[in-house]
Design a protein around this ligand. Structure first.
Ligand code: F6P
Length: 325
């Protein structure tokens, strides 16, 4: 059966931004234009949808943005949208603007928002973009690679000065609920210890003993990577000094990890996902999340996608510990 022709597709970014969001927006806009569909940029995520804060886009409005971090559409975490009134107003905007489907780019909060719209009859297609890589249905989320590189380069610099002073660095990387970034970065920088919310850790065995053993082998600088969800870096640093006599310094990398020009991987992934999301809507697919699974881009129905969970890569965690000696 022939699909009814889509005329206007909305595009929004919501929640914490991630490098590569602009490349995804560009891919969505250009794929719309190629298919004779009008792309409508919705600014400030669901908040913008409530207030009809929209802009009609064309091929040129996304010129030269692939290499830019952040999101040209701005982002927000909208509390109004969580209220019945806010949701109804957002649905009204969709109706009176004649928007036939919305591509929602972001993390789990964004997908929860997309689901509430879907339940009200709005066609949605999600694209996973968060530096936390904590979306259950997708093996990869846009922004993770860039954030990992940013953290790694910052820690490399820290290591130079910490080595000169023979100190211990306690470094907090982002991830309020997930340790994917901490483990990945920890492996990349040769961390002595990685502390994440997913696994219990024994401070004496996993931190103090590791430092002592390292010192006995002649190591003069130790890196302790702590996921934001664990926090307590000052306490960890103080305990290290109390128990080993070594000087320790805390560095919280913070929001720099969310900025910067996206890596090749993020640009390519964002472009593929953006293109795929719009094609799905044009081909009559409804209410899905674009996922990267087993090296393929696929769409998973939103209910199924949101029930999926992602385990932390325990093997990668083990590798990091095994080779830190
Ligand atoms: O983008 C994900 C994330 O970076 C989390 O790791 C972090 O806890 C959160 O966003 C903080 O975002 P904000 O302060 O913008 O709410």
């Amino acid at each position: 059966m022939e699909q009814p022709k889509l005329r206007r597709i909305g595009i929004l970014t919501s929640g914490g931004d991630a490098p590569g969001m602009n490349a995804a927006i560009r891919a969505c806009v250009r794929t719309c234009i190629k298919n004779d569909v009008t792309p409508i940029g919705i600014r400030r995520g669901y908040q913008g949808l409530i207030h009809a804060d929209t802009v009609e886009m064309d091929a040129h409005s996304v010129n030269g943005i692939t290499d830019r971090g952040g999101t040209i559409l701005y982002t927000a975490r909208s509390e109004d949208f969580m209220t019945p009134d806010g949701l109804n107003r957002a649905v009204q905007t969709v109706k009176y603007m004649g928007i036939d489907g919305i591509v929602c780019i972001g993390g789990d909060g964004t997908f929860r928002g997309a689901k509430t719209l879907a339940d009200k009859g709005v066609n949605v297609m999600g694209i996973p973009a968060t530096i936390d890589n904590d979306i259950g249905c997708s093996h990869y989320t846009i922004g993770f690679d860039t954030a990992a590189n940013t953290a790694m380069l910052a820690i490399d610099k820290l290591s130079d000065t910490m080595q000169s002073h023979e100190r211990v660095s306690v470094v907090e990387v982002m991830g309020r609920h997930a340790g994917h970034l901490a483990v990945y970065v920890g492996l990349a920088v040769g961390a002595t210890s990685i502390i994440i919310p997913e696994f219990p850790f024994d401070f004496d065995r996993n931190v103090i003993e590791q430092i002592r053993e390292g010192r006995m082998r002649g190591k003069n600088h130790h890196l302790i990577i702590v996921a934001e969800g664990v926090g307590k870096c000052d306490e960890i640093s103080r305990r290290i000094t109390d128990e080993t006599g070594l000087e320790a310094r805390v560095s919280i990398l913070g929001y720099i990890q969310r900025g910067g020009s996206p890596s090749t991987r993020d640009r390519v992934m964002a472009s593929r996902m953006g293109h795929f999301a719009v094609e799905q809507l044009i081909n009559g697919k409804r209410n899905g999340i674009v996922c990267y699974r087993d090296s393929r881009i696929v769409a998973v129905p939103i209910d199924e996608a949101m029930s999926m969970t992602k385990q932390l890569d325990a093997y990668m965690y083990k590798v990091a510990y095994d080779i830190t000696i």
